[in-house]
Design a protein around this ligand. Structure first.
Ligand SMILES: Cc1cc2nc3c(=O)[nH]c(=O)nc-3n(C[C@H](O)[C@H](O)[C@H](O)COP(=O)(O)O)c2cc1C
Length: 333
């Protein structure tokens, strides 16, 4: 295990960090996609990285409570290899009904001294039908699969529930649970109350299938009154919460380089607000499943979120900084 950690931190990461971050990400997805065709290789990798720490939430059985956050495998191309790195679940997406290119490049930056990233992808993805095709090609994998759905950027917020529920309708039988992303900081024009907006979305999704496990993914920048309203709404409608997405805030990092760059900040700087958000959700919604996402880097981060009331834990940025042993590290193996 120490050799892998050494190789990643002393060789792979320093080389990768000299290359444009989005290019590295695309290369990684391509390699994982190719590797996913080799069952023997997948088995070896799985045997090495798998950590069993089973947990059941909302009737789903997870190998362990650590998941890969949305945004890494946006199009469902590589999750069948990524699962071999020990994850207890993988959330693909965000997927939108129609494909979209996202924002112009560059749109991903590293801040190594803060163990953080800033992204301004703008929800680039190949669209619901193509993602469905990717999932169907892979067949039923032994992993709990979450599908994160967002509205198309050119869809007005007033009709977003229709756009989202149409996307859900296409993908509903392909995933074990669904996350509706109402939190992307890279989209503009929100005017409605967050509660009314979320209520319409939850209702229209449940109208299509009320048996599916659905979560709402919120922003860490959410106002306290909105957080209370959303938590109560989720408790009432038996909807889970993923807390949270990336932040627009820049006061959480020392460098001023990103003050004028639009996009969501992720990683270590999110840690404190993530714990506070989970505590607040729990005070309003004692019974719903809560997935913690934001700044999880070590075992203590897991303990703090567990204490705050989270049931499951997702990582993105720490996977980039800490490497393939991160699930094992987080579970203390
Ligand atoms: C490059 C990048 C792309 C992301 N794309 C999405 C996305 O498409 N949908 C989404 O809901 N969250 C997205 N996220 C947010 C992550 O899923 C996660 O909630 C956030 O980064 C906080 O977790 P972390 O600190 O472990 O990275 C993205 C994050 C990053 C860094």
């Amino acid at each position: 295990m120490k050799t892998i950690d050494f190789l990643y931190k002393k060789i792979v990461r320093p080389i990768a960090f000299k290359i444009d971050p989005e290019k590295v990400h695309d290369m990684a997805i391509l390699k994982f996609k190719i590797a996913s065709n080799f069952n023997f290789f997948k088995k070896i990798v799985s045997n090495y990285f798998t950590v069993n720490s089973p947990i059941s939430i909302s009737g789903l059985n997870f190998k362990n409570p650590i998941g890969l956050s949305a945004g890494f495998d946006k199009n469902g191309e590589a999750y069948d290899f990524l699962k071999c790195l020990g994850f207890g679940f993988i959330e693909i997406g965000s997927v939108t009904l129609k494909p979209q290119k996202g924002n112009p490049k560059p749109r991903l930056w590293r801040i190594p001294e803060e163990k953080a990233l800033v992204n301004h992808f703008g929800l680039n993805n190949i669209g619901a039908y193509e993602v469905l095709r990717n999932i169907e090609k892979k067949g039923k994998e032994e992993i709990v699969l979450g599908i994160n759905i967002s509205k198309n950027n050119d869809t007005e917020f007033e009709i977003a529930h229709k756009n989202i529920s149409e996307c859900f309708k296409i993908l509903k039988d392909a995933g074990d649970f669904f996350v509706i992303n109402i939190s992307c900081p890279n989209v503009k024009g929100f005017t409605e109350s967050l509660k009314d907006y979320s209520k319409k979305i939850i209702e229209s999704v449940k109208e299509i299938d009320d048996k599916k496990i659905v979560f709402i993914k919120i922003s860490p920048d959410i106002l306290d009154e909105d957080l209370k309203d959303i938590s109560e709404l989720c408790e009432k409608t038996k909807t889970g919460i993923v807390a949270s997405n990336t932040t627009k805030r820049r006061d959480l990092i020392k460098t001023r380089k990103f003050d004028s760059i639009e996009g969501g900040l992720s990683g270590k700087p999110l840690s404190k607000i993530n714990i506070e958000t989970i505590e607040k959700i729990r005070s309003f919604a004692p019974n719903i499943p809560v997935i913690a996402s934001g700044g999880i880097f070590d075992k203590n981060d897991i303990q703090l979120r567990k204490k705050a009331g989270a049931n499951l834990f997702e990582i993105y940025t720490s996977f980039i900084y800490e490497g393939p042993l991160q699930v094992r590290n987080l579970l203390g193996q």
